[in-house]
Design a protein around this ligand. Structure first.
Ligand SMILES: NC(=O)c1ccc[n+]([C@@H]2O[C@H](COP(=O)([O-])OP(=O)(O)OC[C@H]3O[C@@H](n4cnc5c(N)ncnc54)[C@H](O)[C@@H]3O)[C@@H](O)[C@H]2O)c1
Length: 320
């Protein structure tokens, strides 16, 4: 079924890859993004360049906190689904910027849910995060696990977003899928995220800041596995459901650096730092629920994903 979809944060890493996919599937896409300078807005311009002129795509360069603009988008379009990705997305910067994170990630989410209530939009997708699992020791992380101990303001805002989604689903019959993404990577990945940051600095021969002794680990998930699943399940959004979207394989930080060294052919110069406050030691997704209900099946092993990322980086690094 062809739909009209509002994607918030559609010029960002996950958003732009998703908009491209939705347009390829012949949906009509409205994107709201304020091109803020958390990282270079030139990267966001590059992200949307190949589809910005598509007649099924319209772009609103504004803030999700601007309620007049949100209202005018909803009143002048018959939106079928809202896919809410816009957020302040870094963990470490949230510690010194908690009020900004609260505004964008909590108030912004509430504002969109309010618009859904007012305009009778019945389907909503929320970008949550593996960070809600905090320092949980039991692995892999399951959607059933307690997530009452987020260890950064960012994680707390994502948990708060999930709670608001639940409330609006309960009160106003808005069906919500909240996806807990596990460290997504691939073309257009944010420049401050580890894989992009390491690749750039290793290639440039600059030292890389490595927090901890390299034994911390992440469950890295390739972008196509995420967006294909979101796109394939638009019609299935029903009730209120939380899903882990990870690769369900952990990679140590030291292994990740070795993989990037292998693909770039350059040895990393490591600047060892203390383990950072707000970071979690490991993330590891139990994906049984997503496999069963969404037919989610992550297909890209880290070795292949890093190869694709490095190729993308080398082809595009002169553009930003
Ligand atoms: N990338 C990951 O590994 C990951 C993991 C877990 C959760 N997430 C979540 O997924 C979503 C997308 O993440 P991403 O990595 O693509 O980040 P991103 O920063 O590349 O994308 C977010 C986009 O939202 C826009 N935005 C931010 N505040 C806005 C505002 N007030 N009004 C309008 N637009 C605004 C930004 O300009 C940006 O283009 C975020 O909600 C993030 O918290 C990402």
């Amino acid at each position: 079924m062809i739909m009209k979809i509002l994607v918030t944060g559609g010029a960002g890493f996950i958003g732009s890859n998703l908009c491209r996919k939705l347009l390829r599937n012949n949906h009509s896409v409205i994107c709201i993004d304020n091109f803020n300078d958390y990282y270079s807005p030139a990267i966001k311009e590059l992200n949307i360049k190949d589809f910005e002129q598509n007649s099924d795509f319209s772009l609103v360069r504004d803030d999700i906190l601007n309620t007049e603009i949100i209202d005018s988008i909803f009143s002048s379009n018959k939106i079928d689904i809202v896919i809410h990705l816009a957020a302040r997305a870094g963990v470490r910067p949230s510690i010194n910027n908690a009020l900004l994170y609260e505004q964008v990630n909590i108030k912004g989410t509430l504002s969109l849910l309010e618009a859904c209530r007012k305009y009778n939009i019945s389907k909503f997708v929320f970008a949550s995060s593996s960070s809600v699992y905090g320092g949980n020791k039991k692995v892999p992380f399951s959607e059933e696990d307690n997530v009452d101990n987020p260890v950064s303001p960012y994680a707390a805002t994502k948990k708060a977003g999930e709670l608001l989604c639940f409330t609006y689903s309960h009160l106003f019959n808005i069906s919500v899928f909240a996806y807990r993404f596990f460290t997504v990577y691939g073309p257009s990945q944010r420049p401050e995220m580890a894989i992009h940051y390491f690749t750039k600095n290793i290639i440039d021969g600059r030292p890389i800041d490595v927090f901890g002794d390299g034994s911390s680990s992440r469950d890295y998930t390739y972008i196509d596995d995420i967006i294909n699943t979101i796109a394939a399940n638009l019609s299935n959004i029903k009730g209120y459901e939380v899903f882990n979207l990870g690769n369900s394989r952990t990679v140590k930080l030291s292994e990740l650096i070795e993989l990037i060294e292998k693909q770039t052919g350059v040895k990393a110069v490591i600047n060892r730092m203390n383990f950072a406050a707000g970071d979690v030691f490991t993330t590891y997704a139990d994906i049984l629920k997503a496999k069963k209900m969404l037919k989610y099946s992550p297909e890209t092993p880290i070795e292949e994903g890093i190869k694709k990322f490095v190729k993308w980086y080398l082809n595009n690094r002169r553009s930003f």
